[in-house]
Write a protein that binds this ligand. Structure first.
Ligand SMILES: *[C@@H]1O[C@H](CO)[C@@H](O)[C@H](O)[C@H]1NC(C)=O
Ligand SMILES: *[C@@H]1O[C@H](CO)[C@@H](O)[C@H](O)[C@H]1NC(C)=O
Ligand SMILES: *[C@@H]1O[C@H](CO)[C@@H](O)[C@H](O)[C@H]1NC(C)=O
Ligand SMILES: *[C@@H]1O[C@H](CO)[C@@H](O)[C@H](O)[C@H]1NC(C)=O
Ligand SMILES: *[C@@H]1O[C@H](CO)[C@@H](O)[C@H](O)[C@H]1NC(C)=O
Length: 469
């Protein structure tokens, strides 16, 4: 009897021990998988890059900063943000896995794109939590959401000739079009640009590091992008003067919307459309603000050198460079001009080139024009360009000679410092005129300095929170 009992006991132990081990192993594996899923789906805002600038070598497809959710469960996190929700409805339609047929649909069917943007509005407005959130948004953002469906603003003034009026005596297609955002009041800024770095016509280049053709140069054109004067703030009416200015210089492109900060994105979208119709031949666009200084002779040579590089030529449809800000978090300080509340946008911004001055190819401009019909307007203009770029699977390349935040300490005191840069942001019209004259004077002594290649101080963190207000 006892022997029998022990035999059973042994069998029980033999059978159960592996079962217990298996169960333990199962629990362990389960826990490990859960932990790794959680760490993969960690909120995007926790990823703080050491350096906000990423340098994509040449034209790399760097996907690490893509703002799109990496996994399906991440979508849930953005449920309550108005813009994310709207865009999700549109992106869903072009998801090549979920909707292979629609995703392939011709990029040229813009009536389908219009229909989709409208549809996403009615879809999202019916979500209770989103409607509640829109009512809670600050007044300025609410105003933006009221008008963000509209893009068909008529042109008020435009250059006479095709792609600007300055193209009369050109012997070859223009290399560069300066497209500068300005406001009706800023006549001084426009005039300083016309007289200095923004001269249209044939412009001589300047050797970089001893390379570039002797007596090289190229045709350059210029256009200013404007809305109409803001009627919400009282001010002197300059609309008649602007008409005279447009007749005289032929470089004004003005649309019938109010020229406010949150309407700046409209200038990009409408400019891309105008460029796609009027500027078939232009190789590059320089898009910038009216308070910058550009070393145009070096920029021309720089672009010519780029055009000769085989890997750049091959990737011309993705060509964009400037001062790239990677993975910035939206500004959450409610008194800032850049303030974007959580209820409007969640997650990081995609990598984007600072809007003060950046260069992209004509080919990319036409692609941006098409993709922009599938991306809802966003109140911050340069971030919007980044959002379009991600959806083209294209990424801007950082260039150390584009300084959106001025020179690092003391570097600007060097007499040759302006020969080492291509673009620098914030300079007043008077400073621009003086700098241009200085650039000419110092040319003999500074002709051999190289372009800036690397920042001397690497650890400064720039996020959009620290941008000047
Ligand atoms: C993308 O950018 C990140 C951050 O700078 C960098 O570490 C990574 O190597 C880049 N990837 C590629 C493929 O260049
Ligand atoms: C374009 O899209 C509209 C709206 O969905 C559709 O009715 C039309 O048939 C499409 N046209 C083409 C050529 O696909
Ligand atoms: C200029 O020279 C520096 C090194 O002196 C080099 O790193 C840089 O790429 C050169 N720039 C161009 C445009 O050739
Ligand atoms: C943008 O322009 C439109 C048309 O003039 C205007 O009604 C709207 O208030 C402007 N939006 C913002 C955010 O200023
Ligand atoms: C801004 O935020 C502070 C608290 O962070 C709050 O006290 C204040 O009322 C807010 N201002 C506006 C205009 O929402």
């Amino acid at each position: 009897m006892a022997r029998c009992y022990f035999r059973w006991h042994r069998v029980l132990i033999c059978v159960c021990t592996p079962c217990i081990f298996l169960a333990l192993l199962f629990v362990y594996v389960g826990l490990t998988v859960c932990m790794s899923m959680r760490s993969m789906a960690a909120p995007a805002t926790e990823i703080m890059p050491k350096s906000p600038h990423f340098v994509a070598n040449g034209i790399l497809r760097n996907k690490s900063f893509a703002p799109l959710p990496k996994t399906f469960w991440e979508n849930q996190r953005h449920k309550k943000a108005f813009w994310n929700q709207l865009q999700l409805v549109v992106d869903h339609q072009f998801n090549p896995i979920l909707q292979p047929q629609k995703a392939k649909r011709s990029m040229k069917n813009s009536s389908f794109d219009d229909f989709l943007l409208k549809k996403s509005f009615s879809a999202v407005r019916s979500f209770d939590n989103v409607r509640y959130n829109v009512e809670e948004l600050p007044e300025r953002v609410q105003d933006f959401t009221r008008y963000m469906q509209r893009r068909d603003y008529p042109v008020l003034l435009q250059p006479g000739g095709e792609c600007g009026a300055q193209g009369k005596d050109e012997q070859e297609p223009p290399l560069l079009l300066f497209a500068i955002k300005t406001t009706p009041d800023n006549f001084n800024n426009r005039q300083a640009i016309r007289q200095t770095w923004g001269q249209a016509g044939w412009v001589a280049g300047q050797k970089i590091n001893g390379s570039g053709r002797d007596n090289g140069g190229a045709y350059v054109r210029r256009v200013f992008l404007l809305g109409k004067q803001n009627t919400k703030e009282p001010g002197v009416d300059v609309s008649e003067l602007l008409k005279l200015e447009s007749n005289f210089y032929g470089d004004i492109l003005q649309w019938d919307f109010e020229d406010t900060f949150f309407n700046l994105t409209l200038k990009d979208v409408l400019f891309w459309s105008w460029f796609s119709h009027s500027c078939k031949q232009t190789h590059f666009v320089f898009k910038g603000d009216d308070d910058i200084f550009v070393n145009t002779p070096k920029l021309i040579t720089y672009l010519q050198i780029q055009m000769e590089k085989p890997h750049v030529k091959k990737n011309m449809h993705n060509f964009m460079f400037g001062d790239v800000i990677g993975a910035a978090s939206p500004n959450r300080v409610n008194i800032s001009k850049y303030f974007i509340p959580h209820s409007f946008y969640k997650g990081l911004y995609p990598a984007y080139a600072g809007g003060g001055g950046l260069v992209y190819s004509g080919q990319l401009t036409r692609r941006l024009h098409l993709i922009s019909k599938r991306v809802h307007l966003f109140p911050i203009d340069d971030v919007y360009v980044g959002m379009c770029m991600v959806r083209l699977n294209a990424f801007p390349t950082h260039n150390h000679a584009f300084l959106m935040f001025d020179f690092p300490k003391n570097e600007g005191k060097d007499p040759c410092s302006y020969h080492t840069i291509l673009v620098i942001h914030k300079r007043s019209p008077n400073q621009v005129v003086k700098l241009w004259a200085d650039l000419k004077h110092t040319q003999p002594q500074c002709r051999d300095v190289a372009l800036r290649v690397e920042e001397k101080k690497k650890n400064k963190i720039i996020s959009s929170t620290l941008l000047p207000t």
